[in-house]
Design a protein around this ligand. Structure first.
Ligand code: ZN
Length: 378
């Protein structure tokens, strides 16, 4: 099944070669998969100048099941219905509108129901990608501070409700799995996905395996305190990286700049309202020196945090993602420069730093990959 999934179409002869199974075994196994509707015969192989009977090709039936992926990103719940080839069949985005705790669970349930109504095939299961400290084995969200979730048995609650297999994963871990299985990191066994949105999430793939840590909190880089930062963090402590490098950190610093400089481009753009990342970007492009300094400072701190990650894990690829990368090329270049300038040459010469603006897409791919693996062994 794995080999069939890896190919668009494949003959039984080729399957026998690849799996080292005997041809009668392949015939018997594929017959079982055909009867379950997981694969179909799609006709003879098109081979030129070959005499005799042409082998029949087999292919995955991507429509035998559909899957639901739920991504909680910044302040939205994004529900998607996928086929087995990760093609999106339906999608819906709902704003959280400050819903927390139970109200947020109810919103997740509502989005799942809407996806179920649009499903045209039996459902394989549901995967939820959320920020925070998540035990993906038990489906418990230990801490998702922004959502007011503490030791929440989310998989259990949703499984009871929908009678379907439910998996819950940390969003950055799912993004790493998604990029590794279906995205731009295919074949990259040592990968770090750094997602900078409301907080910082880091998904670590080492030797092709996700590192969860002893209490499932590996990658909580955002709450590393830096002695030179002094703001109070959402975690209640002082000077965490997130107080500068996150949506709320940038907004907080930018608001102060705007207030202190009533005539600055940023203050004019904000016009007394909320400051957004596009406004910060625009003020930077208009040459606001304080805003440029803020963005450079954030990039430098992120770069220095990633220096430790780089020296510790020696990844082949770092993917920067999340809403904060919308700060643009100047921000990203500064992060790249910090890493390349200060990492041991042996490490920095091998490392790629990429930007991915479609992080919810990566998380969704990871959500689908988990269902394929857990439910179909793919
Ligand atoms: Zn903190």
């Amino acid at each position: 099944m794995r080999e069939i999934y890896a190919h668009e179409s494949i003959s039984r002869v080729r399957l026998a070669e690849l799996t080292h199974l005997s041809r009668p075994s392949v015939t018997e196994l594929t017959q079982g998969l055909i009867e379950r509707g997981l694969i179909t015969e799609i006709g003879p192989e098109l081979v030129q100048d070959k005499v005799g009977k042409k082998p029949t090709l087999l292919a995955l039936n991507p429509d035998v099941f559909q899957m639901i992926g739920i991504v909680l990103k910044d302040s939205t719940v994004i529900g998607s219905l996928l086929d087995l080839r990760m093609q999106i069949q339906a999608q819906q985005t709902c704003a959280m509108q400050n819903r927390r705790s139970d109200e947020l669970i109810q919103l997740v349930i509502k989005v799942i129901q809407q996806m179920m109504q649009q499903a045209t095939r039996p459902l394989l299961g549901i995967t939820i990608g959320t920020p925070g400290i998540v035990d993906s084995d038990s489906g418990i969200v230990h801490i998702a501070a922004n959502f007011g979730w503490h030791d929440l048995p989310l998989a259990h609650i949703l499984n009871e409700r929908f009678q379907l297999p439910v998996y819950v994963g940390n969003d950055s871990n799912l993004a790493a799995i998604g990029e590794y299985r279906f995205g731009s990191a295919q074949g990259v066994h040592d990968l770090v996905v750094v997602e900078i949105g409301e907080g910082i999430g880091v998904g670590i793939l080492a030797d092709g395996r996700i590192i969860q840590g002893s209490t499932h909190a590996a990658g909580e880089l955002g709450h590393t305190p830096f002695p030179t930062l002094d703001e109070i963090c959402v975690c209640g402590r002082r000077g965490c990286l997130e107080t500068l490098v996150s949506l709320w950190g940038i907004r907080q610093h930018a608001r102060r700049i705007a207030q202190q400089n009533p005539n600055s481009p940023l203050n004019t753009l904000a016009a007394g309202g909320e400051i957004t990342i596009p406004m910060v970007l625009q003020a930077m492009e208009m040459g606001d020196p304080d805003v440029i300094a803020l963005v450079e400072k954030a990039a430098s701190y992120l770069g220095h945090a990633l220096l430790i990650v780089t020296h510790l894990l020696n990844p082949k690829l770092i993917i920067l993602t999340g809403s904060v990368v919308e700060l643009g090329e100047h921000f990203v270049q500064q992060v790249r420069r910090t890493i390349h300038e200060h990492t041991l040459p042996h490490i920095s010469s091998q490392i790629d730093i990429m930007v991915n603006r479609l992080d919810d897409r990566s998380i969704l791919l990871g959500a689908g990959a988990v269902l394929l693996e857990q439910e179909l062994g793919l």
